[in-house]
Design a binder for this molecule. Structure first.
Ligand SMILES: [Zn+2]
Ligand SMILES: [Zn+2]
Length: 207
């Protein structure tokens, strides 16, 4: 008994097709720190203890920056005492030693990421506590998931199927409404990431 050859070709073709799909998908997953844990379920107490090891001036800067520019999903202090890096004479904080060479590699990009982080933290700090908590648990725009909430001004709030959804700007409203299920799925993923302290390199190129 023999297999119909046409069927074998189809099966082989499907395998090749799936293989070709799998490679770019995993490559797009981005850089992660594999060697250490960036703090799953990081507590505010642990963060405060790590930041307290900095000088008062540095602590203030790290608090204003709040997140690592190389790992924008990682809170400074969640991976031990943040590392200070000077770029063009400006002090910048990164989450861990692994991020130091990366921060220096493209100093301009790092400084621009730090400005966005600082601006976003300041914007969110002005929100009423419940709205601030919503923004901190979602952290990124439900349409442009690399766009930090608060980096483009006060986040835009909307309701989709009874759920609160936050967007980085008005420009994202139509896209969020046109595919409500996809938008809500992204919100769920973002909340889970924020909760577990997952982090990837994000391209913060929304403007
Ligand atoms: Zn790091
Ligand atoms: Zn937007």
């Amino acid at each position: 008994m023999t297999f119909p050859p046409a069927r074998m070709i189809t099966a082989a073709g499907l395998f090749l097709f799936l293989g070709a799909l799998a490679i770019p998908l995993s490559a797009a997953d981005g850089h992660k720190h594999d060697g250490h844990d960036h703090g799953h379920g990081v507590s505010e107490k642990k963060i405060s203890a790590a930041l307290n090891k900095l000088s008062p001036k540095d602590r203030e800067l790290a608090r204003a920056q709040r997140f690592c520019p190389m790992m924008p999903r990682t809170r400074l202090g969640s991976d031990g005492t943040p590392q200070k890096v000077l770029i063009d004479g400006k002090p910048v904080f990164v989450c861990c030693e692994d991020c130091v060479p990366e921060a220096k590699e493209d100093g301009r990009r790092t400084l621009s990421a730090v400005r966005k982080l600082t601006r976003a933290a300041a914007t969110l700090a002005k929100l009423p506590p419940d709205q601030r908590a919503d923004a901190e648990t979602q952290k990124f725009c439900a349409v442009n998931t690399n766009s930090l909430l608060g980096s483009m001004g006060t986040p835009v709030r909307m309701t989709l199927k009874g759920q609160t959804v936050l967007l980085c700007c008005r420009g994202c409203v139509k896209k969020a409404q046109s595919r409500p299920d996809a938008t809500l799925a992204r919100v769920a993923r973002l909340r889970k990431e924020a909760e577990h302290g997952d982090h990837h390199h994000g391209d913060h190129d929304h403007d």
